[in-house]
Design a protein around this ligand. Structure first.
Ligand code: DQQ
Length: 537
């Protein structure tokens, strides 16, 4: 089945077969990174979910371990759902996860490693008196899931948050505990946003306003901001907001009410969901994992025998320059997969042209591109009706404006019958204000008809004096693209039929009518990661 096997990724984490969804309980322990994940061992579709488990020394090469937790108790018989790890003062680990009971009620359960001296954490024990939390009064039995990693209050208690909803208002409930067995629900909510529906996989973590390292989850104080992320069940996107946390009553408010959780910024404007961060004490950074689903048909998933990948783990930081955005960037270990690199310096891309880039093979790539545009042209451009531009509703890379689109075509065949443009599109309002959008256009990504062909994207902040920059990781059927150092990120799943194997190419393009662009790039072939069963276990 070579048509379909070509879509399997080479350096993104995925199980050997069948269905995967949310990342669960990521942590670093005794020299190993652990990733647990929502897994259906019996089919390539979501269903009876258990916890898969894999370990890595570097977040890139992975060894599959046996299932960590099966659905074998009344309190998780219907599914061992999403959860998070907390590392206690004495270095011991506790795992809190949602179980869907025999009756389909969502409850929170406690589990811990059977042997804390085993660096691989192969065996897990469920607390015999689970569940430790059931839906509180006023909360629906199906609206209570995905406990976070715990953080410390100033009083020395542990605190967690759990996503829910009341009518159409998405909420995050807060609980304090000393022992992870007995909990006290706080009167207030961490946060609530009307109209956003059920909040899945809530995440809550500090970011530093001053330093370039990540913060351990319990850190609070001057120079620290807190991020709330919710995965909106209604629209299947991950939204975050940056704000201020109040330790005393366990509430949080966004810095800017118009960029609140669920109505403002997204981690990713493509296909990316149920993300979760963890603090990596090994490298003093906060690392973000996200589930990247398929956008072909379910029938195709069944045929190929697998569905979903995890994103390349991303380091996450507060963007000091904008003060409004987070920065996401592939962890530095990904650079170790870079093979032969090729540089292209100052390539001029005239308005209305396509420039092929001569590289050997273009299915596993890391691309870094910087674009210079002449500021004269920006000055001269007349303010246009482009002011209401939106990647999603635009005509994509084929729609010509004065100042865009320009960028790269990846997973493109020689004759451009298939291509996925990753590009900028600038607009100038009648007030003279420039705006820059970062988009992915999947409309011509495949000749196949049963795949998603949306155009993705959003505004990306560009500060005075900055060149425009893009980083793209191409891995067979996945394109992860980072605009302006990771201020705006877009992940696409694409399923070409012609731009595969040696036929896949990369081009620069400039479809603007009034703008010449100069691009400088570095493109690396990427090695495959070693992702195999743990030997002789
Ligand atoms: N996936 C899990 C839930 C979570 C959802 C079930 C998000 O715990 O809310 O597989 O994708």
């Amino acid at each position: 089945n070579s048509m379909l096997s070509w879509q399997r990724t080479a350096f993104h984490f995925q199980p050997e077969k069948n269905w995967m969804n949310d990342p669960n309980g990521p942590l670093f322990y005794k020299g190993w990174y652990h990733l647990f994940y929502q897994y259906n061992p019996n089919a390539a579709v979501w269903g009876h979910i258990v916890w898969g488990h894999a370990v890595s020394k570097d977040l890139i090469h992975w060894l599959h371990l046996p299932l960590a937790m099966a659905a074998d108790q009344w309190y998780d018989k219907n599914g061992v759902w999403t959860g998070s790890a907390t590392i206690l003062h004495d270095g011991k680990i506790v795992m809190l996860y949602t179980g869907s009971t025999t009756e389909g009620v969502q409850v929170q359960n406690l589990a811990y490693p059977a042997d804390q001296y085993d660096p691989l954490l192969v065996h897990w024990v469920k607390y015999p008196r689970n569940p430790v939390l059931v839906p509180p009064p006023g909360i629906g039995p199906n609206d209570f899931r995905d406990p976070t990693t715990a953080w410390l209050t100033s009083e020395g208690k542990w605190r967690i948050t759990i996503g829910s909803k009341i009518n159409k208002t998405g909420i995050a409930l807060v609980y304090d505990t000393k022992d992870f067995i007995n909990y006290e629900m706080l009167d207030g909510l961490l946060h609530a946003v009307p109209g956003t529906g059920m909040w899945e996989c809530v995440d809550f973590f500090p970011v530093s306003e001053t330093e370039n390292n990540g913060l351990e989850t319990s850190i609070n104080g001057p120079g620290v901001k807190h991020v709330v992320k919710a995965s909106l069940d209604d629209d299947r996107h991950d939204y975050y907001a940056i704000g201020t946390y109040n330790d005393r009553n366990g509430t949080w408010i966004p810095d800017r009410p118009n960029i609140d959780v669920g109505i403002g910024l997204r981690y990713d404007y493509g296909i990316y969901y149920a993300a979760k961060t963890f603090y990596d004490q090994n490298k003093k950074r906060r690392v973000l994992w996200g589930w990247i689903g398929e956008s072909d048909s379910e029938a195709a998933d069944v045929k190929k025998g697998w569905a979903s990948v995890q994103s390349i783990p991303r380091m996450i930081l507060f963007d000091k320059k904008t003060g409004t955005h987070l920065l996401q960037w592939p962890v530095e270990e990904i650079d170790s997969l870079r093979l032969k690199g090729k540089e292209f310096n100052q390539v001029r891309i005239q308005a209305g042209s396509v420039v092929p880039l001569d590289i050997d093979s273009a299915t596993q790539l890391d691309i870094i591109a910087e674009f210079k545009i002449d500021s004269d042209a920006l000055e001269k451009a007349t303010g246009s009706s482009d002011a209401s531009f939106d990647c999603a509703t635009s005509g994509g890379a084929a729609e010509r404006g004065a100042l865009g689109p320009f960028g790269l075509l990846v997973l493109a065949d020689e004759r451009l019958r298939e291509q996925t443009p990753v590009y900028f599109y600038m607009t100038k309002g009648s007030n003279g204000n420039l705006k820059t959008f970062f988009c992915n256009d999947q409309s011509r990504s495949s000749k196949a008809s049963d795949v998603d062909k949306h155009i993705y994207g959003s505004l990306v902040p560009v500060l005075r004096g900055e060149n425009l920059s893009i980083r793209i990781l191409v891995d067979h059927s996945i394109i992860e693209s980072f605009g302006q150092g990771g201020r705006t990120v877009i992940t696409s799943r694409v399923y070409p039929t012609k731009a595969i194997y040696g036929a896949a190419k990369v081009f620069l393009f400039n479809n603007a009518t009034e703008l010449n662009v100069t691009a400088s790039l570095k493109i690396w072939q990427m090695n495959s990661a070693f992702i195999q069963p743990y030997p002789n276990l």
